[in-house]
Design a protein around this ligand. Structure first.
Ligand code: PHE
Length: 450
């Protein structure tokens, strides 16, 4: 299929944009607290296994769909299976992107508040201040977090409105290398603290008695969330890949870099947490309460704090861009609206959702869905249900609808790249991934006895 669709300008641009989409709050904020609340190293191990055995095959499959159909998430299923209900996988993805943005933009906004408070000196102004109370006061406030959410959506909007190559690719090329540099510096600081080994043991020495079905479900959810799978982000990005992009190499490179970043985030956080005798299982607030406690006790607190929260904000931005792009590309292409107009619609919609998520820490705290506040309900629904489901159905779709000759031709760029493991990949994509996700689901629903 040929058309004159825009593409990323370079190979490096492809990798960095895709890594930018994957690496985000998921690796630096969500992964450490998931690990901390799910028992440590055993979670890490299961997570890595899921990354390799589920993540890579699903990612390759999404790349195939995107570049082959060169269309947005819904459009690609419509092109490949016209007149069928398969495009619902695409709708699931669009909705998931929108809902994820609804809580992700709020946390992204928090990072800006912490950058701001560090810069103006208020975060560390009173020695021995209670950071938990500080964070609770801030996040439950009616206006401040909403202001920052709006600023963050504004930044995202600006990049999206600047287009694929000038916006997304350029932003990723600047921010991703900086992010790695900061991460490495922070890790060195953390592991050279006194008693840092305890944190490393917690991170790397598995205790299998901690493994329950819910830990496993959390690890699947985290793997999908972290690799941005199952919701069309990668379908949308790969629709901008050029004909020469090596999708197989891109898939494993992105997976390895993303896993590496998550592990580095763990190395940055846990040794510091243990070194200062703080509980590792603080939950979602880990990086906003625990880390300020750590920074306060280091020489040059504000410097560490500043670079850390800037790191977090940049990681978040390259991901909010990708989430925004999924919905914008869909509206732009399917409703023949200009890209700018589509982007506006998405930004306003996301802002409304963001307001609700933000208020669910304060004014709307009593309003719960299945016992979860609005913010947590969005996280649960997307990471644990919509993404794995989307990933499972995507694999089934390619498994039963697509001629394997076409699949192989596209993945090998018409035979110019070797793909020795093709039959193993097909086996995983067709059977292992869908069945594994199905089992995890049934188990969580309590339908399989242990
Ligand atoms: N993978 C991103 C992260 O780790 C989050 C994300 C999920 C982005 C789904 C796009 C799509 O932060």
């Amino acid at each position: 299929m040929v058309d004159n669709r825009v593409t990323f300008g370079s190979k490096l641009g492809v990798i960095l944009a895709t890594v930018g989409c994957a690496v985000g709050l998921g690796s630096i904020w969500r992964f450490p607290y998931m690990l901390g609340t799910n028992g440590g190293a055993a979670f890490l191990l299961i997570y890595i296994l899921f990354m390799i055995f589920l993540g890579i095959p699903v990612m390759v499959t999404e790349f195939f769909i995107g570049r082959y159909s060169r269309s947005n998430t819904v459009g690609s299923f419509k092109k490949m299976a016209p007149g069928t209900k398969w495009c619902w996988i695409g709708y699931n993805g669009i909705l998931a992107a929108f809902l994820i943005l609804g809580f992700y933009a709020v946390v992204s906004g928090w990072t800006l508040e912490y950058v701001w408070q560090t810069v103006n000196g208020s975060l560390y102004s009173t020695p021995g201040v209670d950071f938990t109370a500080d964070f609770d006061n801030f996040s439950s406030n009616a206006l401040r977090p909403i202001f920052w959410t709006a600023v963050f959506i504004g930044l995202t909007h600006f990049v999206i409105a600047s287009g694929v190559e000038k916006g997304i690719e350029r932003a990723s090329k600047i921010m991703m290398p900086l992010l790695f540099l900061i991460l490495v510096v922070m890790c060195i600081r953390s592991v050279t603290l006194p008693n840092a080994e305890a944190g490393l043991v917690y991170l790397f020495k598995p205790d299998f008695s901690k493994l329950t079905s819910s830990v496993v479900l959390s690890a699947v959810g985290q793997a999908f969330f972290s690799l941005s799978l199952g919701m069309g982000c990668l379908i949308t990005y790969s629709s901008y890949f050029g004909k020469n992009t090596n999708m197989l190499a891109t898939a494993w490179q992105v997976t390895i870099i993303n896993t590496f970043v998550a592990v580095l985030a763990g190395i940055m956080i846990f040794p510091a947490v243990f070194s200062f005798g703080i509980a590792p299982s603080a939950g979602a607030q880990l990086v906003f309460i625990t880390l300020p406690n750590v920074f306060e006790q280091l020489p040059f607190s504000s410097l560490w704090s500043l670079i850390f929260y800037i790191l977090l904000a940049m990681a978040a931005l390259t991901s909010t861009i990708s989430l925004h792009e999924v919905v914008t590309a869909y509206i732009h292409e399917e409703f023949h609206m200009t890209r700018k107009k589509a982007a506006w619609l998405v930004s306003v919609g996301v802002f409304i959702l963001g307001v609700l998520s933000s208020l669910s820490f304060g004014l709307l705290k009593e309003f719960t869905i299945g016992g979860l506040i609005f913010f947590d309900a969005l996280d649960y629904l997307t990471a644990k249900i919509m993404l794995p489901l989307g990933g499972m159905l995507t694999c089934i779709f390619v498994g039963i609808r697509v001629d394997k000759k076409i699949l192989k031709a596209e993945l090998t760029n018409e035979g110019t790249i070797k793909f020795r493991l093709f039959s193993i990949y097909v086996f995983f994509m067709k059977y292992v991934s869908p069945i594994a996700i199905g089992i995890v689901f049934l188990n969580e629903l309590g339908l399989l006895s242990q």
